[in-house]
Design a protein around this ligand. Structure first.
Ligand SMILES: [Fe+2]
Ligand SMILES: [Fe+2]
Length: 158
């Protein structure tokens, strides 16, 4: 089985995903679910190809699938979800045949995904895909969302 599918089948991953779905069942704003994670992965894949970044597919999918998984601990204990996601990601990736170098790259991007761009193209790629993956232009909660108006997607970004 591929390493990406190892993550998807990982017991801890599934447990966090289930808990996230429960927490966000009635959430009117964007959800942090498998659709979001795969949307981010696919945008990252497209940009990776367009920009010739040559980032390994397994690394891209690991970043996208795990970047918000720690939202559970934010809901439960008020822990910053970027940091929580990076810690959970490390535990899961160690069980999914990722090397320590790959784990460092993946957890670094995840832990920094809610701060300003830096000089690392992988970190910035996640931030970009995370933002443009959201369909603000058809969102019924558009006016109540606390995203800065400039950040909200008014249409599809190409
Ligand atoms: Fe996030
Ligand atoms: Fe996200």
């Amino acid at each position: 089985m591929s390493r990406i599918n190892n993550i998807l089948k990982n017991e801890k991953y599934r447990n966090y995903l289930d808990r996230l779905m429960c927490f966000e069942k009635d959430r009117k704003f964007c959800h942090h679910d498998i659709e979001h994670f795969l949307g981010v992965a696919r945008i990252m894949m497209i940009k990776n190809q367009e920009e010739n970044f040559n980032i390994d597919k397994d690394v891209i999918y690991a970043i996208a699938l795990l970047h918000d998984i720690g939202r559970v601990l934010q809901y439960e204990k008020g822990i910053n979800h970027s940091k929580a996601s990076a810690e959970i990601a490390k535990e899961i990736l160690e069980k999914c045949q990722y090397s320590s170098n790959e784990i460092e790259i993946i957890t670094s991007a995840i832990s920094k995904h809610n701060i300003a761009n830096d000089d690392n193209y992988i970190n910035n790629l996640l931030k970009y895909a995370d933002r443009i993956s959201r369909n603000c232009f058809i969102c019924p909660a558009f006016d109540d969302c606390n995203w800065d108006d400039l950040k909200k997607n008014k249409g599809v970004t190409l």
